[in-house]
Design a protein around this ligand. Sequence first.
Ligand code: ZN
Length: 344
Amino acid sequence: MKELESFEVPRYVLFGPGAALKLGDILSKIGAKKVVVITGPTASRRIAEAISSQVEGVDFAIISTEEMVKMKTDQDVVVGIGGGKPLDLAKVTAYVNKKPLIVIPTSASHDGIASPYVSYVLNRKLSEYGKIAVSPLAILADTKIIMGAPPRLLRAGIGDLLGKAVSVRDWALAHRVKGEDYSEYAAILAKASYNIVARNAAKISEFKQEEDVRTLVKALIGCGVAMGIAGSSRPCSGSEHLFAHAVELYAEENGVRDIVHGELVALGAIIMAYLHGMNWRRLKQVVKKAGLPTRLKDAGIDKDVAVHALTTAHKLRPDRYTILGESGLSRDAAERALEATGLI
Ligand code: ZN
């Protein structure tokens, strides 16, 4: 007999200019009176203050990530306003306290803005909580606010999406080789997000028009929904993400700054497409068109870091079978892949 299937997706998804101003409506729909807002220390805090000042009859406690001391809260709702870190900490807070979560991204640099999951590095640090997963009740993606994000971060959002060309291939591979559960629907949804940005890469990469940001945001939200349907980040995170996570871990441990998740994902995708025997040249072309780095050094890493990442990435998520297999790449193979794809 077939097992019961279930999935969680956001109930309210609003995007476009002024979406953040609908926060009051959402809060009154769910009857929330006391809200904790988790935001960044500077720019996103100003945005958070402006948004909350528009809402009447609700008691807001605004906390920036730097001021956070504990994850406990007795407020009715957790609202995350900001980029990666504030949204991740808002997810953890909502998860730990079993409270509804509303996210208002101020950037669109990765698919975490709409996904139930937090970044790999953070979840690893908070491993005592197990797998942190909380599907947002509402996502208010205000394109007017997001347009103000640094273009490098927005382009990184395209990079994160370009990785889906590989992640869905890894998933299908794991399905064939390991008999892993596979949802064709979730895979197609993730791949559709790739297709949309790949087709428009050159046009949207300047982020001059609201519709460019809107295309990116919609595609990122699509990925968040794909993860909700799959019940894991599987459709959106394969070997290209393992490479990015390995670099991020190395960076965290060695104080390397100025790396951006989506740029690493795009580079990882080129390497893994090569290993899969896919048309990596075409993918590299798209990465270039999107204005993303196609050389390691332009993404803030050198060959040694990349080789280290390529030879250790398979160990990060042993349950997640990918083209890297169970024993990973040898040093020689890693160097060959970097040379063959022209990343060094
Ligand atoms: Zn990502």
